[in-house]
Write a protein that binds this ligand. Structure first.
Ligand code: 5AD
Ligand code: SF4
Length: 492
């Protein structure tokens, strides 16, 4: 859920005229790019700023502080940030002409990777800080404001000192995460993310994550349980555990023992009001037997697994440094489905990795047919500065990448459609989380993560009810509450 939604902390109160004192009401607009871990981090930034008197603004136009929480995973994602900064330059100048100041910050993985370069390329930026520095946000803001010069006139933004913070902390990698308050959690609904693991040691040759997020670290069990208790006390019914490589989780519990992801899931499933648990993203090499067994035995663990394979060609998998073969991946999926036969599998694919031939791509199409995915993300290979694959000579032409991506996505789309259609006539437990588009309609999620629209009272939001699926609508499902009479006319 983007932080830009109005009403999360009430309406924005943009201040007029003179510079506000630190405790005055101010507003922040955080624009989140990229993965769910960034969504989680944006919420933590918001939680850090709340005690300083920052409310959430509904747009950058109404904000005293604009934070772009960025993603560096593909070139397009990073370029989007620079075009947004161009827009913010105009906006900042317009607000300055009205005597209103605007601080502009770049956070996240582009900040980590490009630090000083951002300041040089986009002078509108006042602060740049990486993913492990969010707890220091109040101090960083103070540092910028302390050096403030008089507000410039004639539409020019004031000159300011620039603050760049991209250090990885030596000790606790999770220090930067402010604890969520019950009030903030309530405003965010009945599903929540909880980061349990950060960073990655896998060094896939295409990926920037090991450089932007640093090495793998796991949050201690008790800290996670404490945060989960806060979430559940504030009405959260479903928690998705996050990590760049979440199934490499190995946190320490109160007794000093190391606990794997299956153990953590077991601990969390003891929370009575917590109904559902999910986790993402996993690497095939770290999916151990205990986790496979958890899918058979832990009823709160949802039957949905995001397990990227990236390619179906052993040659490409090796060049990607994935350190498993296509057959090993398929065997792992078989073991998971033996443990939980209705498991929905999703994944990520990259087409056009350097050196990928038509034969390699055919192997990717084959593995997709073998696995039969419920959902998938697929991308054209994007050379990332500093990664080994970017330096390879045999880059695939853009037109070839586009054509392969089209073929792959057509197959994945078809599988997703068929997966949804197979559910028609089945009765599924649905966790309702928001009002629907139509009056009298509410929307929830199936165990397989599809949105399900149902005509039902809004009092059911936050509850799980049995729903019979009657139709599919694109990627979503349409159903009726069990025990309710069939409507005369179906509404989508
Ligand atoms: N080019 C294209 N896709 C990439 N991903 C990661 N790095 C790149 C890249 N350089 C994709 C992978 C990964 C997902 C999060 O993003 O499929 O699983
Ligand atoms: Fe990147 Fe995932 Fe590979 Fe880690 S396991 S390097 S996050 S693609």
């Amino acid at each position: 859920m983007p932080l830009s939604l109005p009403g999360r902390f009430g309406l924005a109160v943009p201040h007029e005229g003179k510079r506000a004192a630190v405790t005055d009401k101010k507003s922040v607009f955080i624009k989140t790019y990229g993965c769910q871990m960034n969504v989680y981090d944006s919420d933590r930034m918001s939680d850090t700023l709340m005690p300083l008197g920052y409310a959430t603004a509904d747009s950058a136009e109404n904000a005293d502080l604009v934070i772009l929480n960025t993603c560096h995973i593909r070139e397009k994602a990073a370029e989007k940030v620079y075009s947004e900064l161009g827009r913010l330059r105009v906006l900042k100048a317009a607000r300055a002409a009205e005597g209103r100041e605007t601080l502009v910050a770049v956070a996240g993985c582009v900040a980590q990777a490009e630090g000083e370069e951002i300041i040089a390329r986009a002078p509108v930026v006042d602060m740049v800080f990486g993913p492990q520095t969010y707890h220091r946000l109040p101090e960083l803001i103070e540092r910028v404001r302390a050096g403030e010069r008089p507000t410039a006139t004639q539409g020019k933004a004031p000159a300011r000192p620039k603050v760049v913070e991209t250090e990885f902390p030596a000790e606790d990698k999770f220090d930067h995460l402010a604890a969520p308050s019950e009030k903030a959690v309530r405003s965010r609904g009945v599903t929540a993310f909880l980061t349990v693991q950060e960073g990655c040691d896998k060094f896939c040759t295409f990926c920037v994550v090991p450089y932007t997020r640093g090495s793998e670290a796991s949050r201690p069990v008790e800290k996670i349980v404490e945060e989960a208790e806060t979430l559940v006390a504030a009405g959260v019914r479903e928690i998705t555990l996050l990590g760049q490589n979440v199934n490499a989780y190995h946190g320490v519990d109160a007794g000093g023992r190391t606990v794997g992801l299956a153990g953590l899931l077991a601990r969390l499933s003891e929370l009575p009001r917590l109904a559902r648990i999910r986790y993402t993203t996993s690497h095939p090499r770290d999916l151990d037997e205990a986790l496979v067994a958890a899918h058979a035995g832990n009823s709160k663990l949802m039957p949905y697994l995001h397990l990227p394979v990236q390619s179906g060609s052993d040659r490409i998998l090796q060049a990607m440094n994935r350190r498993h073969t296509a057959a090993e991946y398929v065997a792992l999926i078989d073991r998971i489905r033996a443990a939980r036969p209705d498991m929905a599998i999703s994944g990520d694919f990259i087409v056009g990795f350097p050196g990928e031939t038509e034969e390699d791509f055919a192997a990717t199409m084959d593995i997709v047919r073998t696995v039969d995915y419920a959902a998938c993300f697929s991308f054209k290979y994007s050379p990332r500065p500093g990664t080994p694959a970017a330096a390879l000579a045999d880059q695939v032409p853009e037109a070839v990448k586009s054509e392969r991506l089209q073929r792959l996505q057509a197959l994945l789309e078809e599988q997703q459609k068929v997966f949804a259609e197979r559910l028609v006539g089945r009765t599924l437990p649905v966790l309702f989380d928001k009002p629907g588009r139509l009056p009298g309609q509410i929307v929830g999620r199936s165990p397989y993560l599809q949105p399900v629209a149902v005509m039902a009272p809004s009092s059911l939001i936050g509850e799980i009810a049995e729903v019979t699926i009657e139709a599919t609508g694109g990627h979503s499902l349409i159903g009726r509450l069990e025990g309710e009479p069939m409507p005369a006319r179906r509404s989508a």
